[in-house]
Design a binder for this molecule. Structure first.
Ligand code: GLY
Length: 567
């Protein structure tokens, strides 16, 4: 055993023994590293990232490699046909974000998904080519690499090409999720070709080959963004649109640009919070919630007490109301960012919270539907030996997106248009209500909940975290951050602890198994809160950096089947 490994184990055991006994009951070990760490929802993609770091690449190089690998090994959410957000914090404290959210095609218009009586047309925004926004992932990953990476595109994309061309063994989870979606894939001949096993079901251990996708990735390797947004790949996308009544044109593709934006910044109990701004609601909602909750002190014993949960729920009601009311693409609408993330605004909200009873939701002309859980989106976190941190959340929206594979190009198109507010007051597939701020306009980016986040102490990254889960992304990240800062958990505990979720509408508070003791639930119910059980919410992938002892801890959510690997 190396001296480093011995040292890490000694410090680790000391940390467990000396920490509070309260959470040791739920203890499972985070993964340890000395130099770098990658955590993603796919073991193969994590290994691609680790190999890049071991070759001396930085966190951006690894993140771009992982992004392309996920498009091959985690097709339910990893993608080149969707979009995402990347938060980068350099070792000197410089922080930036790359927005590669999909956008509406130029021909899009406010009522495009409504029938003549102004009712949403079933499935049009959720399935098939009509639901696809102009993909942003390739532009975003390449922009990040060009500006902040150190390796060539050829080097970082090659592992993904090999995984697609040589194939990889399907694990149990992926074979099951492909089989589970068989009926969705059957509807589209181009999808059936790729995602069924010659029109039969897959078994774990089957080799999964994606030759068309390998060729598309090679065009990106050889021609950069032109390998996707122009030439053969663009022709194949546009042919698919023309054949099936979609909206994306050559002009939409060649005009797509990823945008570098300033991050949302907050401060919570002495930690700096760096997260994603519009067109994501994630950073604003996270900072607003933390600002409200900073007004009350929690001790370790308060975890999931009625006090903790009441304040958390009441804060979330305001945060999700603001999300619905004010948030949209800030290139198109004025978003009152400074007000929403100000401490003064949060204090006013906090002062309005009644200690003893649940507030009544502000009424809105909203129709509320049963929520459909989905783990479509995916998050990955990277930390390198130079001290740089990257936090990426990427999505094709629903599980396997629009369910349409671009024929001959081998990748799935997103169904992200459903993240727009199709009709103000009408809920989307996640029951999220939107207002005019998120209505459809040509070339506008649809509002997201993705919350890729880096937390700093003394200007250095200490936590890199994010999650899939639609609206539950924000609440999952918020609770993990609080679990670490307020309740002293390590990253594994913080990620795996049961969660609750509230999004203003519907009125019910969702809770995972073991999130509530019966007496806490009863007390909250007498205060006017209503609950509904959910099996699982969010899948966090996190890295915690113990700067004092120079140890990097990685953790993947027990709700998923990802891999944290360090070196
Ligand atoms: N498609 C989920 C999100 O962007 O929030």
């Amino acid at each position: 055993m190396s001296n480093i490994r011995k040292y890490v184990i000694v410090v680790f055991i000391f940390t467990i023994v000396s920490s509070s006994t309260l959470f040791n009951l739920a203890y499972s070990k985070p993964i340890l590293g000395k130099k770098g760490m990658v955590v993603s929802a796919s073991d193969l993609a994590t290994k691609v990232g680790i190999e890049i770091l071991k070759k001396g690449g930085n966190a951006i190089d690894a993140a771009v490699g992982v992004g392309f690998a996920l498009a091959v090994t985690f097709p339910a959410a990893g993608n080149i046909g969707g979009g995402g957000f990347l938060v980068f914090v350099r070792n000197d404290g410089f922080a930036t974000t790359i927005d590669y959210r999909e956008k509406a095609p130029a021909s899009a218009h406010r009522n495009m998904y409504l029938d003549s009586s102004l009712s949403p047309i079933p499935s049009m925004s959720t399935e098939g080519v009509t639901s696809a926004g102009v993909p942003g992932s390739v532009a975003g990953l390449l922009l990040a690499l060009e500006k902040y990476g150190t390796m060539s595109l050829q080097e970082v994309i090659q592992p993904a090409i090999e995984l697609a061309e040589r194939g990889f063994k399907l694990n149990y989870e992926l074979s099951q999720s492909l089989n589970f979606n068989y009926k969705n894939f059957e509807k589209f001949p181009s999808t059936k070709k790729i995602f069924t096993n010659n029109e039969k079901k897959f078994s774990d251990g089957d080799i999964f080959l994606q030759n068309d996708l390998a060729e598309t990735l090679k065009r990106i390797r050889d021609y950069g963004t032109d390998g996707f947004y122009r030439g053969k790949t663009a022709d194949l996308i546009v042919d698919q649109m023309k054949g099936e009544g979609g909206f994306i044109t050559h002009g939409d593709l060649s005009n797509y640009k990823a945008i570098e934006r300033l991050p949302i910044r907050g401060n919570y109990r002495g930690y700096d919070v760096i997260s994603m701004g519009p067109p994501s609601s994630g950073g604003i909602a996270l900072v607003e919630a933390l600002n409200i909750l900073e007004n009350i002190k929690f001790s370790k014993e308060d975890f999931h007490s009625s006090k903790h949960l009441h304040y958390l729920i009441e804060a979330l009601k305001c945060v999700y109301f603001d999300r619905a009311e004010y948030l949209g693409d800030s290139d198109f609408v004025t978003v009152p960012v400074e007000r929403l993330i100000s401490k003064q605004y949060a204090k006013k909200i906090f002062d309005s919270i009644d200690l003893n009873s649940a507030s009544k939701n502000k009424s809105i002309n909203a129709k509320v539907f049963e929520s459909k859980e989905s783990f479509e989106t995916t998050h990955y976190s990277v930390y390198d030996s130079y001290g740089n941190a990257v936090s990426v959340t990427t999505t094709i929206n629903g599980s396997f997106g629009s369910h349409v594979v671009v024929d001959g190009a081998g990748f799935l198109l997103n169904n992200e248009m459903d993240d727009f507010s199709l009709k103000p007051g009408f809920p989307n597939m996640y029951d999220l209500i939107g207002s005019e701020a998120n209505s459809i306009q040509p070339n506008k980016r649809m509002l997201s909940s993705m919350t890729p986040t880096v937390i700093l102490k003394d200007n250095k990254p200490v936590l890199i975290i994010g999650s899939p889960g639609g609206p539950m992304i924000i609440t999952s990240v918020l609770q993990a951050v609080m679990n670490i800062i307020d309740f002293g958990m390590d990253v594994e505990q913080a990620i795996n602890m049961p969660r609750i979720h509230h999004q203003w509408l519907p009125e019910e508070i969702y809770h995972e198994p073991f999130a509530l003791s019966s007496d806490v639930k009863m007390k909250l119910e007498t205060m006017g809160h209503k609950f509904q059980h959910r099996n699982s919410m969010g899948r966090l992938e996190g890295i915690l950096i113990d700067r004092k002892n120079n140890i990097i801890y990685g953790a993947t959510d027990c709700r998923g089947s990802g891999l944290a690997e360090g070196f």
